[in-house]
Design a protein around this ligand. Structure first.
Ligand code: 2NL
Length: 344
């Protein structure tokens, strides 16, 4: 019986040693140490042994069991470690490999131009004021001296939501709201950028939705020469230090007098070319002294206060600056167009 146990031990240890995976190790545990295994059988047959043999064989059987058990345990730990090592080797990342490049975006050319204009006027002491795109008739028309029968109020020209509510056709209602909020006390010195809407058929120079930037300065003793000074600085900063400006008489319902500003052509310097249509001048914006009716409706006493206002289309400014020939490029979002305007 002693020899039987010893050869059982040797055989089991040999098999544990050559086990390749955890599954076959588990099979060996069942085979040698299970309830139906050979050791259990030996212990069960102990009754047939003599009194002297019994403790010797019993001890040996327990020793063999413990040896097999600890061999299996040791092998199991070894195999588990191997398994983790293999997994780590398989899943490890080579951080030295080159990465896939990330697409970097850039500002929309229109945004870039608007921010450039905003920064310029902030530098001249103006603040940015923004307001609603859905407006009512009063702020969009009435408060701007556009009487009820004015052609600009035609249903054909504006996007009406109800008879009283429409999409703003200019950013002026926001200027009127800001003036009103000052309760008749100056100064008010603001720039109003934003989206505006007109019922129009889109083509190379028209869009039903576009941007506007308006500016306004109300205080005591504001004069046309102040407007001229501010516009001269704007023209030079935006289109080059050697630009000259000229003011031509014009008409807007909300300003009196009204003037349009031209700059000397930045392409030919004023000699005449295709950019300025051989005139030497390029029209940039409309402006004027705020109409006394507008000041009064917004809570300012026109005998005490005066002011100037101007309005421009940033699309037009950007088209001139970058030589863009179709306003629809700004809104089609073709990346081949947009990618050309990387800010320095
Ligand atoms: C243009 C001309 C202009 C104004 C806008 C204005 C606003 C108030 C009072 C008086 Cl609250 N005027 N805005 C004045 C003159 C011209 O815009 O051609 N824009 C694209």
């Amino acid at each position: 019986m002693k020899e039987q146990l010893e050869s059982l031990r040797n055989e089991a240890l040999e098999q544990v040693k050559s086990a390749q995976d955890l599954k076959s190790l588990q099979d060996l545990r069942v085979k040698y140490l299970g309830k139906k295994g050979p050791i259990t059988e030996v212990l069960r047959g102990m009754g047939k042994l003599s009194k002297e043999e019994r403790p010797v064989i019993g001890q040996l059987a327990n020793d063999v069991r413990e040896m097999i058990e600890s061999a299996i345990k040791e092998k199991q730990e070894h195999l588990e470690m191997e398994k983790i090592k293999a997994q780590l080797a398989k899943e490890s990342i080579d951080v030295t490999l080159p990465g896939s490049p990330v697409q970097v975006g850039n500002h929309h050319p229109l945004t870039a131009v608007i921010e450039e204009i905003e920064d310029l006027f902030i530098g001249l002491g103006f603040s940015i004021a923004e307001g609603p795109e859905v407006e009512n008739d009063y702020y969009n028309f009435e408060a701007l001296n556009l009487p009820k029968d004015h052609p600009a109020r035609d249903m054909q020209d504006s996007f009406y939501i109800t008879e009283e509510i429409l999409l703003r056709t200019h950013t002026s209602p926001n200027q009127a709201r800001t003036m009103e909020a000052h309760n008749g006390k100056g100064p008010v010195k603001i720039i109003c950028p934003g989206k505006v809407y007109r019922r129009d058929t889109d083509d190379a120079t028209h869009s039903h939705q576009f941007m506007q930037i308006e500016g306004l300065y109300v205080d005591k003793n504001v004069r046309l020469s102040d407007l001229k000074g501010i516009l001269t600085v704007f023209a030079k900063k935006m289109f080059g230090e050697d630009r000259q400006i000229r003011l031509r008489p014009s008409y807007f319902p909300f300003t009196e007098p009204s003037v349009e500003m031209d700059i000397s052509c930045f392409h030919c310097g004023g000699n005449g070319c295709s950019v300025c249509k051989k005139t030497g001048w390029i029209e940039i914006l409309g402006s004027g002294m705020i109409h006394p009716n507008v000041l009064e409706m917004s809570g300012f006493d026109p005998k005490v206060y005066s002011g100037f206002a101007f309005g421009m289309g940033p699309e037009r400014i950007a088209m001139l600056k970058y030589g863009i020939n179709d306003i629809r490029h700004f809104y089609n979002n073709d990346v081949r167009f947009l990618k050309q305007f990387k800010r320095a």
